[in-house]
Design a protein around this ligand. Structure first.
Ligand code: ATP
Ligand code: PRP
Ligand code: NIO
Length: 484
């Protein structure tokens, strides 16, 4: 999508940038972290997604002449423009020089750990906030929803959401995120072209309605698409539709072709799926699959499977592409540390007002994921890259000092990887691939215990602050509150 990422921001990012520039503090170095605070969909995991678009933003970040003349036209009052010409001249020459580190797309992630870290001039860090959150919040949410739907489904899911997605860009990035989360294919042609995603589809009710009768419509479709024939059987009567499809299936078989499946898109889907299976089997079409669609999500899919329906594929649209039951992830971008030009040490920052859940963590942070010997995740440790990790390798629950877990001796991997250095994207094509991210998500999900993946009241993985970081945060908070 041709998006002007420099302008895809909230006005206050630009006014603050001018403020930093006015006060000549624009080169103060800053470190911000993007993270979310609570478990999406009341589940036990999320699938990170959005960094490919963040990379696209970093690559194309420029204030165009049109953008600058628009900004010059924005007024603070009738008498004065909001932005000074000298600041707009500065923006015109601005080329990003930030370092960005991020989890790889498809990584299983948890609340209160950084998914993205941005280091650089405070002015640039601030300018990136809004668009970065927009990408990460939406795509992580949709990839997570897709993972939940696909886990419930057990057979391939095709994403059908474009027509009801949140606008063209929302639809395209939702389709990509759905693939990262585990969908086998998408009906979205633009997303397929743009990201090299597998595209797939069946036909609509209008196809059947446009022919004199259903059988004629099915025969015509089979003649046009003998290699990829899935017939939608619920335009008039599902059982009769399945019988008509079986007739066409047998005709196809006689020609050496195969009816791949029937799609049922209304009514009691479990009931119809069982009845369709019987009709097809009785006709000898045991190799013809059953595909279900119509307002599905992980809960309806589970219910249909719990009833014993055998389903070979699913089409899931609205409730996946719009994350119907939770419209946002709620991810935030918070300042952890600053460093004045010429200084070597970083200065910690923490926000303490509001609820304890909203207290931030100071430092320049990364995450270690620890594994038990059986390969399952033991816990995630948020640590400061400059102070390192205390020998005890203990994590402390950021909201409950008495909940601790010692991870010493377990193997671990570090989750943040370079995305950009000095404003240049350093990800390889493979690292940006949605299909590679989908594999990564499957590998990551396999490192969670089943109890952490169930839909109802899942067990959650411990995420904590490295002990010395926790102590440092406590000291800083005490100092800011005037407690000795
Ligand atoms: N066996 C089932 N278990 C749980 N949910 C189901 C089952 N069968 C269908 N559903 C869900 O029930 C809802 C039925 O919705 P609705 O009444 O709008 O469908 P419909 O009767 O087919 O109407 P329409 O033709 O307008 O789509 C859908 O969300 C569908 O996914
Ligand atoms: O239900 P969703 O999960 O959103 O999946 C997409 C829906 O879109 C289509 O219906 P629509 O009525 O738009 O078109 P149609 O006439 O082709 O069925 C399709 O048949 C699905 O029911
Ligand atoms: O290909 C399909 O069957 C399809 C695509 C989008 C929406 N509904 C159905």
């Amino acid at each position: 999508m041709n998006i002007d990422y420099a302008m895809l921001t909230d006005l206050y990012q630009l006014t603050q940038a001018q403020g930093y520039w006015d006060h000549d503090v624009q080169d103060t170095e800053a470190c911000f972290h993007m993270y979310f605070r609570s478990w999406p969909f009341s589940g036990g995991y999320a699938i990170a997604c959005g960094t490919d678009q963040v990379a696209e933003m970093v690559e194309g970040y420029r204030f165009s002449d049109e953008a600058l003349s628009y900004l010059a036209s924005v007024r603070a009052s009738a008498a004065r423009p909001l932005f000074s010409q000298s600041f707009l001249d500065y923006l015109s020459d601005l080329r990003l020089s930030v370092d960005v580190d991020a989890v790889r797309e498809g990584t299983v992630v948890f609340p209160n750990e950084p998914l993205v870290r941005v280091r650089g001039s405070i002015l640039e860090c601030q300018l990136l906030e809004t668009a970065l959150l927009n990408c990460m919040n939406f795509e992580t949410l949709i990839a997570t929803k897709a993972a939940r739907v696909c886990r419930a489904a057990g057979s391939p899911v095709s994403e059908f959401g474009l027509r009801r997605a949140q606008g063209p860009a929302g639809g395209v990035w939702a389709s990509r995120a759905a693939i990262v989360g585990g969908c086998a294919s998408t009906s979205n042609v633009l997303a397929g072209q743009r990201f090299g995603l597998p595209v797939a589809g069946t036909h609509a009710h209008s196809w059947v309605m446009s022919f004199p009768d259903e059988l004629t419509a099915f025969r015509a479709y089979a003649a046009s698409f003998p290699d990829n024939c899935v017939l939608l059987v619920d335009t008039y009567d599902v059982d009769q539709g399945v019988r008509n499809a079986a007739t066409v299936g047998l005709e196809m078989r006689a020609r050496g072709e195969r009816l791949k499946g029937v799609r049922i898109d209304s009514g009691d889907l479990a009931w119809h799926a069982k009845s369709a299976r019987m009709i097809l089997d009785e006709a000898g079409l045991t190799d013809c699959g059953i595909i279900l669609s119509n307002d599905l999500d992980e809960h309806t899919i589970k219910s249909i499977r719990d009833e014993g329906a055998q389903v070979d594929g699913w089409g899931v649209g609205t409730k996946l592409a719009c994350a119907y039951d939770q419209p946002t992830l709620g991810g935030v971008y918070k300042l952890g540390a600053t460093r004045a030009p010429g200084d070597t040490a970083w200065r910690d920052h923490v926000k303490i007002t509001g609820s304890a859940q909203k207290m931030t963590t100071p430092g320049v942070l990364d995450v270690r994921r620890y594994y038990y010997e059986n390969g399952l995740v033991a816990g995630d440790m948020v640590f400061d890259v400059n102070s390192g990790v205390d020998d005890s390798e203990t994590i402390v629950d950021p909201f409950d000092a008495l909940r601790r877990k010692r991870l010493h001796g377990l193997s671990y991997e570090v989750l943040l990887h370079p995305l950009a250095r000095k404003g240049q994207v350093v990800l390889t094509a493979q690292e940006r691939s949605a299909l590679a991210a989908r594999d990564r998500a499957q590998e990551g999900l396999a490192t969670l215990d089943e109890s952490q993946k169930r839909m109802l009241n899942p067990h959650t993985c411990p995420v904590g602050l490295e002990k010395s970081l926790f102590d440092r945060r406590q000291d800083l908070v005490a100092r800011l509150r005037g407690i000795d």
